[in-house]
Design a protein around this ligand. Structure first.
Ligand SMILES: [Cu+2]
Length: 190
């Protein structure tokens, strides 16, 4: 049993935002995270226990990472210069210190929430790690589409997070027999 849905974002707005960003620092703000607002915790510890956020060309790659709580995220430095990854988030605060090219440090994300990540050396570097206490979340593809699988039957609140767009949510009903349910969103600027 699963649900499928599509996310639609007005392209004009996003192109405008991209055009305003400096060329070197081009975080992909089109990426949104779609998730169930309330869902039972599933597989213990989550299926994916390790993820990675690279530091490349003075940019965090990917710009947005969505993980299950308990996931360890590696922060490898792929640049020939030093970086210093840190967060002041109330969900999890950390400071990995300065480390050189080819080295990596990691953080375990236990508590659900939105964690903003920065570099202490390069103020233009920032990223987000979204931590969920369940399995029902997905990062949107470049075309804005997403797919949440194995969603239990019943009525769910499907919510969208995007860095620059206002949060949105909709009710979706997955029938007892399962099947595909399409849930579309049109996001507006915050
Ligand atoms: Cu840096």
């Amino acid at each position: 049993m699963y649900a499928v849905a599509r996310l639609v974002i007005p392209l004009g707005i996003l192109l405008l935002v991209d055009a305003l960003a400096p060329p070197r620092d081009l975080p992909d703000r089109r990426r949104s995270v779609v998730y169930l607002e309330a869902a039972p915790a599933t597989i213990e510890g989550g299926a994916r226990v390790r993820a990675s956020m690279d530091q490349r060309n003075e940019t965090f790659v990917p710009h947005v990472l969505a993980v299950r709580s308990g996931t360890v995220v590696d922060f490898p430095n792929s640049d020939p210069i030093y970086h210093n990854v840190f967060s002041l988030s109330r969900v999890v605060a950390f400071d990995l210190g300065r480390y050189a090219a080819g080295r990596s440090k990691s953080v375990r994300f236990e508590r659900p929430g939105v964690v903003r990540v920065f570099c202490d050396i390069h103020s233009h570097m920032s990223a987000f790690v979204l931590v969920f206490g369940h399995e029902y979340f997905a990062l949107t593809a470049e075309d804005g589409s997403y797919r949440l699988e194995h969603v239990p039957p019943g009525t769910h609140t499907v919510a969208v997070w995007n860095e620059i767009m206002a949060p949105a949510s909709r009710q979706a009903r997955v029938p007892e027999r399962g099947g595909e349910v399409e849930v579309n969103f049109v996001l507006t600027r915050k």
